[in-house]
Ligand binder design. Sequence first.
Ligand SMILES: [Zn+2]
Length: 282
Amino acid sequence: MLAIVLVVFLYLKRPWFYDLTAESEHYICYSTATTEQTEQILDVAEALYTAYTTEFAGLPDLSTDHPKLKLKLYKNREEFKSYNPLSGWAEAFYQKPYCHQYYSEGEPNPYHWMAHEATHQLNEEVAHLDLPRWLNEGIAEYFGTSTWRDGQLHLGEVDPNTYPVWCRGDMVFSGDIAADIRAERFIPLETLIKDHGGPDIDEHVNLYYIQWWSLAHFLYHYEGGRYRSGIKPLLLDHGTLDAFRRHIGAPEEIQPLWYEYLRGAEYMDTSVASEDVGSADK
Ligand SMILES: [Zn+2]
């Protein structure tokens, strides 16, 4: 029995040997992917860094004076899963100080897992925010699903080849909010913010991610950015329900607007089919 426990422990703890170390201005990446792939990951990470620090300039605890941010880039999904056997449904994860992700060569967008996790890292290590899950994920998804083009991240311009956007087409929103809530097809806004009392996340993981993502996108872009000015105060007040009421509005008034925004989803294109790869992070 002891031997079995020891074998399992050593399997979980076995070291990962990387082949190369590459650096950019703000990042250091340990990698088993190719040099070209690793450089692309660093290019996107730097574009993300610029977009993030520009967007959140002025947040009181944001500081660009920090050691290089650390990335571990696995050459493929198989290697990532092999060295992170407890990752469950996660396709990538951030555990301070490392973002762990694989280079997804088979996907049209091979870097979106990194962009998502690296945003969590920026929330933690650069902006020093203390956020609840809905807002931490929402911000990571807002940046992580934005389009990388010409060396820049175009915030809010949704790349359909990113998680969770590619799941949007699987969701059915009937137009009747109460009916969708009863059928566990829609998580009420208050429940999402309080992070309590909603459907089981293990069974509805994509729904949670879709709603976190679309709520963040709504806050940035609804009616040309009607709620945008409330986002920074909301971040600083830890995204509580009270803070939402103060800086955005009454959840009962916002919910139907957001629901229709999510339902319409004019800001995205679901016509591009995705690979049938997993889900998200934790
Ligand atoms: Zn996440």
